[in-house]
Design a protein around this ligand. Structure first.
Ligand code: FES
Length: 126
């Protein structure tokens, strides 16, 4: 029912944790099930230098969180913003239909963290 990649990222999630001095933090909740994801990013020269996640959710949510951190680490903010939830699910070899909603959090969490970073930068400039 789950691809090997999903099982791999669930059993051995990458980039789990928090970043104390994060430049941006994104928190998103899944309206379908109430699960929560938090993404922390460090930004340098418009690139995601480091990224960590904390997910209070199901195995599919943990796997998508783990995968999205790998997909955007080292990328520019613009490249990270272009990653969609669907792309994350596809990178994992797909999710069972009843678990597709679990991929709603992954890229959204990254996008929220970037938004948070950009608003902080804008605040500093003003
Ligand atoms: Fe909530 Fe999967 S059941 S994210």
């Amino acid at each position: 029912m789950y691809s090997e990649l999903v099982m791999d990222h669930f059993s051995n999630p990458r980039n789990v944790g928090t970043i104390a001095d994060a430049d941006g933090v994104g928190t998103v909740g899944n309206p379908v099930c109430g699960d929560l994801m938090k993404i922390f990013i460090k930004v340098k020269d418009e690139h995601i230098e480091d990224i960590k996640f904390q997910t209070f959710g199901c195995g599919a949510a943990i796997a998508t969180s783990s995968m999205v951190t790998e997909m955007v680490k080292g990328k520019t903010l613009e490249e990270a913003e272009a990653v969609s939830n669907k792309a994350v699910a596809e990178a994992l070899g797909g999710l069972p239909p009843q678990k597709m909603h679990c991929s709603n959090l992954a890229a959204d969490g990254v996008h929220e963290a970037i938004k948070d970073y950009r608003s902080k930068v804008a605040g500093k400039v003003e």
